[in-house]
Design a protein. Structure first.
Length: 146
């Protein structure tokens, strides 16, 4: 597996034909990122929470590459409201299984909103933020404490 770090919390995990993009915050939104939303051909997209520095480029990547998306149910609903398709919406502890492995939502201590307006930079609370570890090839491989 190849792992590309694009700055902040944005990682690209590439394994064969699969490219999992986590928390896209890319140039120019993140002036320190080494890639733009046009540079990454994600087949899968996972979001930990809705803060702008984790989702700023999610919609742009998702509209262009049509990845399978995984996000906490409230954030998944927001993605769909932005016109994103192929969205899975597990809740805390939920696992989404793919042919290459799985993504499980685990607790993370933080807050969770999506970008709002200039007057109100953060929108309503969107529930619990999640860690999104990439799992083993089979769901049964997850330890109980995750
Ligand atoms: Zn945050």
């Amino acid at each position: 597996m190849e792992i590309r770090y694009h700055g902040h919390s944005c990682f690209e995990l590439i394994d064969g034909e699969t490219t999992l993009l986590v928390d896209p915050f890319l140039a120019p939104n993140n002036p320190l990122a080494d890639a733009t939303a046009e540079d990454i051909d994600a087949t899968h997209l996972a979001l930990t929470h809705g803060h702008a520095d984790h989702v700023a480029d999610a919609v742009a990547v998702a509209r262009r590459t049509k990845p399978q998306c995984v996000a906490m149910v409230e954030l998944a609903n927001w993605l769909e409201e932005q016109g994103v398709e192929n969205v899975s919406d597990p809740n805390l502890g939920g696992t989404v299984i793919f042919d290459w492995g799985s993504i499980k939502l685990v607790p993370a201590w933080h807050t969770n909103t999506v970008p709002g307006s200039e007057e109100r930079p953060f929108s309503a609370e969107l529930g619990t933020p999640m860690g999104v570890p990439r799992g083993p090839d089979h769901q049964d491989g997850w330890p109980d404490h995750l």
